[in-house]
Design a protein around this ligand. Structure first.
Ligand code: 5GP
Ligand code: MG
Length: 185
């Protein structure tokens, strides 16, 4: 197993962040979710749909846990302009080449904040008649939720603070951090 030198504080541009969820804790939880999904999707040959760019790490880590027959693809949507809060503007799904009609589709997101992105995404994919459609998210901010969306698999429920690392960025930076960090007040 690879280890990372955990820095308690990181600075990205003008902002300071402190460790909130260490990598080992994330990996342990990803393994648990993987086992749960292995059980739930046995014999269903799911199509795993990772949402770029933020969910790239979580999607791959989760995918590596699967012992079932499954496929992987990535799509893109955007709702965030690189700052510290959600822009509220959601574009539609880009880059889905797979037929999803009749398939068991599991969407993998980095974080559900207001839920706006997830609600649009699930609606658009749902309109293509998948056999089933579920949502896995590494992080969920229940207090920030403004839309009707219930993630089926949640890595961690978190407070409505700004996070970076494990795929999440601050103005393009910090995605490569293996731990999840929170903005220092
Ligand atoms: P929502 O549409 O649920 O409000 O926001 C979802 C998107 O906002 C996420 O996919 C992510 O790009 C961004 N986002 C929400 N909360 C955070 C956060 O704490 N940190 C970062 N880096 N991005 C966030
Ligand atoms: Mg996202």
């Amino acid at each position: 197993m690879s280890t990372t030198t955990q820095q308690p504080v990181v600075t990205l541009k003008d902002k300071h962040f402190i460790v909130s969820i260490p990598s080992a804790v994330i990996q342990q939880r990803v393994a648990e979710l993987g086992q749960q999904i292995n059980r739930d999707y046995a014999g269903k040959k799911p199509l795993i749909v990772g949402v770029l760019t933020g969910a790239a790490m979580f999607t791959v880590d989760l995918f590596k846990q699967f012992e079932i027959e499954c496929e992987l693809t990535f799509i893109r949507v955007s709702s965030y302009n690189g700052g510290l809060s959600s822009s509220g503007h959601v574009s539609s799904v880009i880059g889905l080449k797979e037929q999803i009609e009749g398939r068991h589709v599991l969407v993998v997101e980095d974080i559900v904040d207001t839920g706006e992105t997830a609600v649009h995404l699930m609606k658009e994919l749902g309109s293509k008649n998948p056999a089933s459609l579920k949502l896995a998210t590494a992080l969920f901010k229940p207090v920030a939720l403004k839309h009707e969306v219930t993630p089926d698999y949640v890595g961690f429920e978190v407070a409505p603070d700004f996070l970076v690392g494990y795929g999440l960025d601050y103005d393009g930076l910090g995605r490569n951090l293996n731990d999840i960090y929170v903005l220092k007040p």
